[in-house]
Design a protein around this ligand. Structure first.
Ligand code: GLU
Length: 310
């Protein structure tokens, strides 16, 4: 099977060298095997997405010589697809409405010594999961709300059909989830056991958007037939959640290639606030895109930049 990869930037700022590196890896993985390289604009964050950044992304990729296949896909045009997926999760009672504000969540975490912590910091303390049904129904009419994944309910739901799949399993005692792990294959990390519970009840649909990053990216990668997901190690943690969503929604699991990140001389991930030059700045300064792409391909980073170790 020929690989299908994608570059999926959020148009919330200008692309920098780190983006170029990621797009190039995705592009080459597909092209080296005669596969397809797709471009998807992840523009569902109404507060942060800007049309001028979309134009700039397109200009930057063309400047680099990274041509994508087919039409550009815009997540903002695919909201009904995410709503459908959310509906499946609602029907399965695998999500619940969350009425908490950021401040309320922070206050609850600060007040509780036993607040759950995941690899990416404190996770949602589960306040709205514990609301009585009547209260939930009342609030849903009155307040704006997000939808959160009930991770424990989701893992239980997945265990059930597996337990009944074969006669000998039906006779056997229920097997707890850790013995039936979800996993994915990562070209760098090997087989990774998905541990979505570590991240708590993540947001699946935001108050201000009908999907969260987690839901939209999982639905789209499957709908677009992406076979190989090439993205930075900063998104490795999210894959635990995406793997669970794939299982719940009956979607295929692609192979993953979480690559190391470009860092500056101080070892910091590239970001505008640290003064990382945008690709547009390099272009304006007369940089040769072919030289740039060839050095990135050879793993030679421009002066002052390197690839992180971990
Ligand atoms: N839109 C995400 C970002 O710009 C990347 C999504 C992904 O590659 O899964 O960080």
């Amino acid at each position: 099977m020929q690989p299908v990869t994608r570059f999926a930037p959020s148009p919330t700022g200008r692309l920098h060298l780190g983006h170029a590196y990621s797009a190039l890896l995705a592009h080459d993985l597909a092209r080296d095997q005669g596969g397809a390289f797709l471009l998807r604009i992840e523009d569902i964050d109404p507060g942060r997405s800007r049309p001028e950044h979309i134009d700039a992304i397109i200009r930057d990729l063309l400047w680099l010589g990274l041509q994508w296949d087919g039409e550009i896909v815009y997540q903002s045009e695919r909201l009904p697809l995410y709503a459908e997926a959310l509906e499946i999760l609602k029907v399965g009672r695998l999500v619940y409405p969350c009425f908490c504000t950021r401040n309320e969540i922070a206050a609850e975490i600060a007040a509780s010594a036993a607040a759950p912590h995941g690899p990416e910091g404190p996770s949602y303390p589960g306040t709205c999961r514990r609301l009585p049904e009547m209260e939930r129904e009342r609030l849903i009419e009155e307040k704006t709300h997000a939808w959160r994944l009930d991770v424990k309910a989701a893992l239980r739901a997945l265990a059930a059909p597996v337990e009944c799949a074969r006669q000998e399993e039906r006779d056997a005692p229920a097997v707890p989830d850790p013995f039936r792990p979800l996993s994915w294959h990562d070209s760098n990390a090997g087989t990774v056991i998905a541990r979505p519970a570590l991240f708590g009840d993540v947001v699946i649909a935001r108050k201000d958007a009908s999907a969260s990053y987690h839901l939209a990216v999982t639905v789209d990668d499957a709908a677009q037939g992406v076979t190989d997901i090439v993205r930075g190690l900063d998104l490795f943690g999210s894959t635990h959640v995406h793997r669970l969503l794939q299982a719940l929604l009956g979607l295929a699991t692609p192979a993953y290639h979480h690559h190391r990140l470009l860092v500056d001389a101080e070892g910091r991930r590239l970001a505008k606030r640290h003064g990382a030059p945008a690709l547009a700045d390099l272009r304006a300064a007369g940089a040769d895109p072919r030289d740039l792409v060839e050095s990135l391909r050879r793993g030679q980073m421009p002066a002052g930049y390197s690839v992180s170790n971990g």
